[in-house]
Ligand binder design. Structure first.
Ligand code: ADP
Length: 408
C-alpha cells in the first residue's frame, strides 16, 4: 500500500512516501522511502525540500500561505512521482483520553482533534491544518489516519497517570499525565526487538528519546507504564529550551517578581530554559559540546552535566518502577549521535550492572533508520542499545493496519 506520511508543525510540514507491503506471515514491512522532504517557513517565503529515488534532491523557495497551500504545491510539483497514494497517515500530538489507537479520520474525529486543542494549543492546531490541507488537496475519499503521540502512554497505570491534586479539580479540567513522544518510544522499542530478535513481551525496557525535546519511558511487555512528560511536554528531563521538572511555585513567584502574567513565565520555561537557559549560548547539544571542549566554556559544561544528571536520575527511578530492566535504549538526535553524552550518562551507572563498551559506543553513530547497535559489553544487564528510531515508518505501518482493520 502506498502511504504518504505527514508530520505538520506550526510552520512546517515534513512528508514521506513509503510502500508498505505484507510478508507471507502477515507482518507489515516498509520499504525504504520513495520520496521525502519538507516545506519549512509556511506563512511567508518557504523552502521546499525534496529528495527521492526518481526526483533526486532539490530545494526551492517560494511564497506559501498556509498548510493547505503547502500540500497543494506538494501535489502539483510531485504529481508524476507520487504514484497512486492509497492512504495518508498524520502524526497528531494530542489524542486526550479518547484516542488510544490510530484512528480513521472522519469529520467527527477532526472535531475531536480540534476540541483537544484546548489541551495542546501549541500543537494540535498545526496537526489539524495538515489534515484539512491534505483533505482539500487529495479529496474526500482517500483514507486518512491519525496516529497520536499520546496514545502509546494510555497503558500507564493510574498511579503513573495522576498528579496528587484534588481529584474533582483534576477531573473537571482533564488534568492528568498524558505523556508525549509516544510514536518515538514505540519505534525505539520496536527497533530494539527487530535488532535483537527478542520479542517485546519478554522484556522490560527504558527508552530515552533525547532530541531537542527529551523524554524517557518505562516499557514492560511492550506497553508504556511510565513516562517523563506529563500534562504537557514541559515535565521531566532537561531539554533544548524546556526546563523539565521545576517546583510549580516558581511560576507565581517569578510572575510576581518580574511583573508578568503566569503564561509569560510558562513561555520562559518552554522557550528560554533547558540547555539554552543554562548555557546562555545554545539549545544545540552539538554546539555545547564544541564550546565546552574548544573554549572551555564553563556554563556549557555545566549545562551538559545537569542534562546527563537528570537523565541518570530518571534512569534510577525507572529501574525502580520496572523492578530492573533488560535494556536501556538511546534514540533522538543526541541519543543517536553523541557517544560522549551516552558515556557520561552510563559511566556512573555501573552500580546497577550497566557496563558500557567504549569502542562499541564510539562506533554507534549515524545508524541507518530502524537499525540497532549494542553499546555495552556482553553480560551487561541492563544492556544498552542505540536505535535509529524511524517514526515515519511507524506511522505508515499503523496507518496501513488501521485502513485494513476498517475495510476488513
Ligand atoms: P527534535 O527533537 O527537534 O526532532 P532531533 O532529534 O533532531 O530534534 O535532535 C536535535 C538535537 O540532537 C540537537 O541538540 C543536536 O545538537 C543534537 N545532535 C545531532 N547530532 C549530534 C551530534 N553529532 N553530536 C551531538 N549532538 C547532536
Amino acid at each position: 500500500m502506498l502511504v504518504l506520511v505527514i508530520n505538520s508543525g506550526s510552520s512546517s510540514i515534513k512528508f514521506r512516501l513509503v510502500e508498505v507491503v505484507e510478508e507471507p506471515r502477515g507482518v507489515l514491512i516498509t520499504q525504504p522511502a520513495l520520496l521525502q522532504g519538507a516545506v519549512k517557513g509556511i506563512g511567508s517565503v518557504a523552502s521546499f525540500e525534496v529528495m527521492g529515488q526518481t526526483v533526486g534532491r532539490s530545494t526551492t523557495t517560494l511564497e506559501i500561505r498556509d498548510h493547505a497551500h503547502a500540500l497543494r504545491v506538494l501535489l502539483d510539483r510531485l504529481a508524476g512521482s507520487l504514484g497512486q497514494i492509497e492512504a495518508v497517515g498524520h502524526r497528531v500530538v494530542h489524542g486526550g483520553d479518547q484516542y488510544v489507537n490510530p484512528t480513521m479520520i472522519t469529520e467527527q474525529v477532526e472535531a475531536g482533534i480540534d476540541a483537544l486543542s484546548e489541551l495542546a494549543p501549541l500543537h494540535n492546531p498545526s496537526c489539524l491544518a495538515g489534515i484539512r490541507g491534505a483533505r482539500a488537496a487529495f479529496g474526500p475519499t482517500l483514507p486518512m489516519v491519525a496516529v497520536f503521540d499520546t496514545a502509546f502512554h494510555q497503558t500507564m497505570p493510574e498511579v503513573a497517570r495522576q498528579y496528587a491534586l484534588p481529584v474533582e479539580l483534576a477531573l473537571r479540567h482533564r488534568i492528568r499525565r498524558y505523556g508525549f513522544h509516544g510514536i518515538a518510544h514505540a519505534s525505539l522499542a520496536d527497533g530494539y526487538a527487530a535488532g535483537t530478535g527478542i520479542p517485546l513481551e519478554e522484556v522490560r525496557l527504558i527508552t530515552l528519546q533525547l532530541g531537542n525535546g527529551c523524554s524517557v519511558a518505562a516499557i514492560a511487555q511492550g506497553r508504556s507504564v511510565e513516562t517523563s512528560m506529563g500534562f504537557t511536554p514541559l515535565e521531566g528531563l532537561v531539554m533544548g529550551t524546556r526546563s523539565g521538572d521545576v517546583d510549580a511555585s516558581i511560576v507565581s513567584y517569578l510572575a510576581e517578581r518580574e511583573k508578568v502574567e503566569a503564561a509569560e513565565v510558562e513561555r520562559w520555561l518552554n522557550e528560554r530554559s533547558g540547555l539554552l537557559g543554562l548555557s546562555g549560548r545554545s539549545n544545540d547539544m552539538r554546539e555545547l559540546l564544541r564550546v565546552a571542549e574548544q573554549e572551555q566554556d564553563k556554563r556549557a559544561e555545566f549545562a551538559i552535566d545537569l542534562f546527563c544528571y537528570r537523565v541518570r536520575k530518571y534512569l534510577g527511578s525507572y529501574l525502580a518502577v520496572l523492578g530492573g530492566a533488560d535494556a536501556i535504549v538511546f534514540g533522538g538526535g543526541i541519543g543517536e549521535n553523541a557517544p560522549e553524552i551516552r558515556d557520561r550518562i552510563c559511566r556512573k551507572m555501573e552500580w546497577c550492572g550497566l557496563r558500557l563498551d567504549p569502542d562499541c559506543n564510539r562506533a554507534a553513530v549515524g545508524l541507518a533508520p530502524g537499525r540497532a547497535a549494542k553499546i555495552t559489553v556482553d553480560g551487561s544487564r541492563p544492556a544498552a542499545y542505540v536505535v535509529a528510531a524511524d517514526e515515519e515508518t511507524w506511522i505508515a505501518r499503523e496507518t496501513v493496519r488501521c485502513v485494513r482493520g476498517v475495510s476488513s
